[in-house]
Write a protein that binds this ligand. Sequence first.
Ligand SMILES: NC(=O)C1=CN([C@@H]2O[C@H](COP(=O)(O)OP(=O)(O)OC[C@H]3O[C@@H](n4cnc5c(N)ncnc54)[C@H](O)[C@@H]3O)[C@@H](O)[C@H]2O)C=CC1
Ligand SMILES: CC(=O)C(=O)O
Length: 309
Amino acid sequence: MKVGIVGAGMVGSAAGYALALRGGANEIVLVDKSAALARAQAEDIAHAVPFAHPCQVRSGGYERLEGAAIVILAAGVAQKPGESRLSLLSRNAEVFAQVIEGVQRAAPSAMLLVASNPVDVMTEVALRASGLPAGQVIGSGTILDTARFRWLLGDHLGIAAQSVHAYVLGEHGDSEVLGWSSARAGALTVGEFAEQVHAPITGEVRARIDEAVRRAAYRIIEGKGATWYGIGAGLARIVQAVRDDQRAVLSVSVVTPQVQGVADVALSLPRVVGAGGVLTTLAPELDPSEAAALRASAEMLKETALGLH
Ligand SMILES: NC(=O)C1=CN([C@@H]2O[C@H](COP(=O)(O)OP(=O)(O)OC[C@H]3O[C@@H](n4cnc5c(N)ncnc54)[C@H](O)[C@@H]3O)[C@@H](O)[C@H]2O)C=CC1
Ligand SMILES: CC(=O)C(=O)O
């Protein structure tokens, strides 16, 4: 499958690298407003290919996206230390107006996989600009937050993150909701599992994990200027779910008809991802405080998106 990446900065290049290492594409094309950057990233990623899976890695203008099945959108500005994702909205919405036009000229039916922040509202921007069906304009949403949650829970319980099934819901951002009620370790609720391995999830543990997930980006950006490995791997994971029609359950963002009483809002819920993009949306078990927090997140995102009209 041919995968395009627009925005060859830290996130776009990390996605390309992860795709190359995982064998997620047989052709990757990087496009950036800096042609020199796209060329350099493509050359660097190509040098990893002999250690991984056969794949062509190229760069060029939008015309080189012709035939791409999926285009990852990672162009625009990123947060500075202390800055929120939402503060990037007007700048990145302007970038997307230009980028989506370029992508659609070359690859009008390519599925769009949005990474640029604030990713939920940018997913809605991409949906409106592209006119594609909602399930084919997918934001990476909370795939990264979910990975952070699973990793921290696995670490606390002494098991592989892969054996933890837990999702972060709502905004990829400050109002996100950690789905503790629906979290499972193996076949047990995380609470039951924690009792059996003598690692109870106390209020203190829960608060620590919540803070570590919610504030991860701020901490990493403070330390190294940006985040890229986690999201690069997450984007490659989504591409593979589509390419191989895996029907994997992933927390990704799409414009959703109804969430906790809020209509037509882009946010993350666990969704079945396969060849057609998002195939089904699941309604996870929520306790009253999680339901209220998800509603607040949905309302805030809806209001923010309406502000763009
Ligand atoms: N969804 C997620 O979980 C995550 C999202 N992000 C977001 O991803 C985006 C990219 O972040 P980084 O790669 O760190 O930034 P970066 O600054 O390293 O890369 C952005 C790239 O976009 C390019 N660009 C800007 N305007 C363009 C245009 N009109 N056409 C083509 N290319 C253009 C720039 O030249 C630059 O190379 C940011 O919005 C960031 O907040 C970052 C980490 C995680
Ligand atoms: C930057 C960002 O969105 C993240 O690392 O979560």
